[in-house]
Structures are given as structure tokens and as C-alpha cells.
Design a protein around this ligand. Structure first.
Ligand code: NAD
Length: 389
């Protein structure tokens, strides 16, 4: 269905669209990228050239390849230029009405064979597809930031997607050197759902005063083996993005208490303390700022890690239970999409499912909150004495 000569369209030349265009152009596709804002287009073109020049400097590619990649991309401020595309990936503002409007326009511009994908992080593919002439040709293709570096791509069939088209899109994205997983059209798909407790349980531990921010980050890195602590990562992502993802997943899952956002993060957002991008969030990023040091207490550190870890495992198990994805894809998604040191289901097997069950039951008993309810999948593994892998 797709070949090297397939023309790839990208809509939106912001952080994600420009990265996706670079990935497809590097794979030698002819790429057409459209943005309604001319300034965004010229910024994307300059950034693309700078990013390729850096790769040449680091000797990752030669200058011929860099020139080829630039020449493969046509920057356009006219949506009609995308009329001969075989696949169009939309990466514009995360607003359902705006996305639907663009997709409905594309129906009158493109051929009946063109496949339409959205890079949305939180909107339902079913609702986006409802704006298209033929919903069977619409799916989610969700890259991670930065798209040029992060290997994971979630492929999300919509309720009306043609399975063969979904499969061909998966093969195409695989051919771009990405690792694809299939996720059901559910809030947060795999990664943005399973990762929620990494932030929310850390916030809860902090709000309860069990440990302070640097200590939680220290424990998750030094004992847990994560590349970044939850608070450092929230500051890096930005609270305007990270908090909103949490809130969106929570509301879309009918206010399931497992996903309840934290007020301490909301206050940062309301106060404009967005993290690194605004110079201050949980940490102060001013040049001479003095941030508190962690309390490197091993017992406390282990308690922090195990509490966050069992909540992550519980969510991974529930994601499997609800058939959002299979076990191999859930583990691949968390290691390749957010750099977790291990897949969570594999981690559960190693940690011992009876240990996970015991700790979760302890939390549930103590707090008497539905937030700590165990996934039936975990319970089933425990009762049948089986493992995930
Ligand atoms: N940033 C991330 O970490 C990330 C990760 C995965 C997915 N996403 C998703 O990718 C999409 C884009 O996110 P982003 O971070 O690149 O946003 P961004 O703000 O960096 O870029 C969006 C671009 O879309 C353009 N745009 C807005 N409305 C348009 C329209 N009607 N027609 C054409 N262009 C239009 C804007 O001019 C802008 O250049 C969103 O759906 C987001 O949820 C973002």
C-alpha cells in the first residue's frame, strides 16, 4: 500500500509536526508540511536545517544526506498542496473542533485513497474520524517528543478503522526505524495512562509529608533506576502540559479516583510556575538558586520507590486487563516511550506478584480509598500463581 515513493503530508509545523516531517524525510519520503502560521513554518525550516547541521557535525550523517533530507521537505502555507499525499499526519493544536475542521477540509482536497492520522495525545480517534468523509481511513499515529529521537510510536485504530490500513501504517512507521505498538482508542492510550502514577503517587507522598521533593526524586533515580525523578520530569515537561494530561485522562475516565490530579501541581500551573520553561516549578532554575538537598535515607527511599512502583504495576496490569494493549506492547511502550528502566509487567514478575499484591492491599486497607483498588488482572495472576511473561 505504501512505498518509498509514497508522499507524506504533515499538518502543523510545531514541536511534533516538524520532528515527524524530519523522520519521514530522513526515510527518503517526499514530505509536504503545512502550517496556518507562516512564522511557525519558517521557524520549523530553520530548526530542521540547524538540527541536520548538528548531526553532520557529530558525524551521525554526511552533508549529502542532510541536503537530501532538507530537499525532501516542501514547506507550504496552502493546505491544497497536500492533495497528492498518500498519508497525512496531523499535529496541530490539541483542540477537537480545530482538528475536526482541518480533517473535514482534507476530505475535499485529497484523493479517496489518502490515509489520515492524528498525533493527538488525548483526544479520541473516533471523534476526530467522525469529521472525515471515510472514517475507515483514519487512525491515530502517536509519536513521542522529540519525535526524531524517541523510538516509540503508538498506533491507534479508531472504531471504524480498516484493519489492513492500520497494519500498513504500522509497517510504514516501522520502516522509518520506529518501534510501534498497537493501542486501543482509550484515554491516554498506553504511555500517558500507565505513567500517571509516576507523577500522582509521587505528588501524594509529597502532599502527605512522607518525604520532600528532592528526596522522592533521589529515591526514584538512585534506588528505582529511573533516568529522572517525577518532580524533575514534571518540571521538564511543563505543568501546563503534564497537569492537563492528568486532568484529561481523569475526566475522560469518568473521574476514576486512580487518576485524580493533585492540587499542589494545579497551584503551580495557576501561579504560572510552569517548570523549566518559566524558570521555576517544583525547583528553582535561576542561575544561583539553591534547591534543598535530598535526605538520603535508604529505608525511606525504598518505601517511596515500592509505593510508586506498585501503583505503576497496577496500572500496567489494568491496561492489560482492559485490553488497551498486549503485555509485550505495554512493556515496550514504557521502556521506549518514557525510558523506564524495565517494562512494568516484567518488573512485576521479578518483584514477585505476591509482594505487589501485599503492598497494594496494605495501601488500600490503610487509606480506604478506591485509588488503591487492585486490578483484577493482578489478582488473577496472584490467585493462579502465574506471571505476566
Ligand atoms: N509536545 C508534545 O510533547 C507532544 C507529544 C505527543 C503528541 N503531541 C500532540 O501533537 C500535537 C501537536 O503538538 P505540538 O506540541 O507540536 O504543538 P505546537 O504548539 O508546538 O505546534 C502546533 C502547530 O500547529 C499549528 N496550527 C494550529 N492550528 C492549525 C490549523 N488549523 N492548521 C494548520 N496548522 C495549525 C500552529 O501554528 C503550530 O505551529 C497535539 O495534538 C499534541 O497533543 C504533543
Amino acid at each position: 500500500m505504501f512505498s518509498k515513493s509514497s508522499i507524506i503530508g504533515v499538518i502543523g509545523s510545531g514541536a511534533m509536526g516538524s520532528g515527524i516531517a524530519q523522520v519521514a524525510a530522513t526515510a527518503n519520503h517526499s514530505v509536504k508540511i503545512f502550517d496556518s502560521n507562516p512564522l511557525a513554518l519558517s521557524k520549523a525550516e530553520n530548526q530542521l536545517k540547524a538540527s541536520l547541521a548538528k548531526l553532520v557535525e557529530k558525524q551521525k550523517i554526511d552533508s549529502v544526506k542532510a541536503d537530501q533530507t532538507v530537499n525532501n521537505i516542501q514547506f507550504s502555507n496552502n493546505l491544497s498542496d497536500l492533495k497528492d499525499c498518500d498519508l497525512i499526519i496531523e499535529a496541530i493544536v490539541e483542540n477537537l473542533a480545530v482538528k475536526k475542521d482541518v480533517f473535514s477540509q482534507l476530505g475535499n482536497i485529497c484523493s479517496d485513497k489518502c490515509v489520515f492520522a492524528s498525533n493527538t495525545s488525548s483526544l479520541s480517534i473516533a471523534s476526530i474520524a467522525s469529521a472525515c468523509k471515510d472514517a475507515s481511513r483514519v487512525l491515530g499515529i502517536h509519536f513521542f517528543n522529540p519525535a526524531t529521537l524517541m523510538p516509540l510510536v503508538e498506533i491507534i485504530p479508531g472504531i471504524s478503522s480498516n484493519q489492513e490500513i492500520v497494519y500498513q501504517c504500522k509497517l510504514l512507521v516501522d520502516s522509518w526505524g520506529k518501534q510501534t505498538v498497537i493501542a486501543k482508542d482509550t484515554p491516554g492510550f498506553i504511555v500517558n495512562r500507565v505513567a500517571r502514577p509516576f507523577y500522582s503517587e509521587a505528588l501524594r507522598i509529597y502532599e502527605e509529608g512522607i518525604a520532600d521533593i528532592p528526596t522522592i526524586d533521589w529515591a526514584m533515580k538512585e534506588i528505582g533506576g529511573f533516568k529522572m525523578g517525577p518532580f524533575e520530569l514534571m518540571d521538564l515537561i511543563g505543568h501546563d502540559v503534564n497537569y492537563i494530561v492528568t486532568e484529561t485522562v481523569w475526566t475522560q475516565l469518568y473521574f476514576d479516583p486512580k487518576f485524580k490530579p493533585a492540587l499542589s501541581q494545579k497551584r503551580l500551573l495557576e501561579g504560572g510556575l510552569l517548570g523549566r520553561k518559566s524558570g521555576k516549578g517544583f525547583y528553582d532554575y535561576a542561575e544561583n538558586a539553591k534547591n534543598p538537598e535530598p535526605t538520603k535515607n535508604l529505608d525511606l527511599g525504598k518505601l517511596i520507590v515500592s509505593r510508586i512502583l506498585v501503583m505503576l504495576i497496577n496500572e500496567a496490569a489494568d491496561t492489560l486487563y482492559l485490553k488497551v494493549a498486549n503485555a509485550a506492547d505495554i512493556d515496550l511502550a514504557m521502556t521506549k516511550g518514557v525510558n523506564y528502566p524495565k517494562g512494568l509487567l516484567k518488573w512485576a514478575d521479578e518483584y514477585g506478584i505476591p509482594n505487589v499484591v501485599k503492598e497494594l492491599n496494605g495501601l488500600r486497607e490503610f487509606y480506604e480509598e478506591d485509588r488503591y483498588r487492585m486490578s483484577p488482572m493482578l489478582k488473577q495472576k496472584f490467585l493462579t500463581k502465574t506471571t505476566f511473561h
